[in-house]
Design a protein around this ligand. Structure first.
Ligand code: SF4
Length: 354
């Protein structure tokens, strides 16, 4: 990385095209990005703006957060609700897709807006907003009434944009539900706004008195800055377990070196790599998508490159709300005599039927 970093001095979240231009993160050649910003929310935190090299037109951080006219290219196969949340929403704010767990979507605001977001039709200033007090009461009552719910996953939106007071309220209400054992929060905050992870927020998370997991969404190793790693250390030192989620994105992380560095950075930060998501069919995101076969080849190469600790699970959310499928290519296949199994160098070996 060389060249000036125009966003470095910014202390405000950049939320408009004019702010991005003033920060040197968009130039006149960008085209009608105002039309993109009218359609999809924009926000870039100071921490992320500082990471962008404005001299690099393919900067992987910029690609994730700076609007691009390619987002106006909508394809027939794309869907407003690509993973089918609505089909499994018994009450507002709850998605109950699998028997033992629910999503609780308390807020539809994020600290940054990802250009590939799978919920881009729902999040942002014009999105579904924050649950009203009555809707939150109904969502908590639903969880309390369903004894099969073992895990509550706060997502949205990004639940760590809630104030510690509001987060503590939700966590305290979950504390009163005996059958809920695990509370998981999916967030970009520890990386994109690391100073937000302070004592008050950690105390709020612990108010659930459950086992708390924070799944950090990060897609490029540069997002794991020293400040981000410190924020994660504060969470882990407080007894919160961290796992990762990464979206496989063309131009951002679709090469073995970048993915390896990212997974190692997670493990070094005491974050267990969890999901590597095949990109969803979100509107205006075709420029980020790669084929399943390309993804499988990358995941197979990771197996031969980095420690088992660093291996994520490659998954696809089946459009229509049918849940996740693991889509890594299998290393073993059945033959007439037994099996053929492939080692990490690509060598093929026989294995008996049992
Ligand atoms: S943080 Fe998640 S919900 Fe928010 S814009 Fe990014 S992908 Fe979408």
């Amino acid at each position: 990385m060389s060249g000036p970093r125009a966003g470095l001095g910014s202390s405000v979240v950049l939320k408009s095209i004019s702010q991005l231009r003033d920060a040197g993160l968009l130039d006149e050649q960008a085209g009608d990005v105002e039309a993109v910003a009218r359609r999809y929310a924009v926000a870039v935190t100071p921490a992320m703006a500082a990471l962008i090299d404005p001299d690099d037109p393919r900067d992987p951080i910029a690609l994730q957060f700076i609007p691009d006219i390619a987002e106006l290219d909508h394809r027939p196969e794309e869907r407003a609700d690509p993973i089918g949340d609505a089909a499994h929403s018994p009450v507002e704010g709850i998605v109950h897709r699998y028997p033992d767990r629910v999503l609780l979507k308390a807020v539809h605001v994020c600290p940054v807006y990802c250009r590939f977001c799978f919920r881009r039709e729902m999040v942002g200033p014009d999105g579904l907003g924050t649950l009203t007090a009555d809707a939150l009461d109904a969502a908590i009552a639903y969880i309390a009434d369903h004894a099969e719910i073992w895990e509550v996953i706060l997502t949205g939106g990004d639940p760590l944009v809630l104030s510690p007071r509001r987060l503590a309220d939700i966590m305290g209400r979950l504390a009163a539900i005996d059958h809920v054992k695990i509370v998981r929060l999916h967030s970009r905050v520890p990386a994109v706004d690391p100073l937000r992870i302070d004592a008050a927020l950690i105390a709020a998370l612990k108010a659930s008195r459950k086992t708390v997991y924070v799944a950090l969404h990060a897609n490029h190793p540069r997002e794991l800055t020293p400040e981000a790693r410190d924020a994660c250390a504060r969470l882990v030192d407080a007894g919160i377990v961290m796992i990762s989620q990464t979206v496989l994105l063309k131009g951002v992380n679709d090469d073995v070196a970048t993915l390896s560095a990212l997974m190692r950075a997670f493990v070094e930060t005491r974050i267990k790599p969890y999901y590597l998501h095949h990109p969803d069919l979100a509107p205006g995101t075709a420029h980020f998508r790669l084929s399943v076969e390309e993804g499988q080849a990358l995941v197979a190469a990771l197996r031969g490159t980095i420690s088992g600790l660093c291996q994520p699970t490659y998954v696809l959310d089946i459009p229509g709300g049918h849940g996740k499928a693991v889509i890594a290519a299998p290393s073993i296949e059945r033959t007439d005599q037994g099996h053929r199994v492939e080692d990490f160098r690509g060598g093929i070996h026989d294995y008996p039927p049992r």
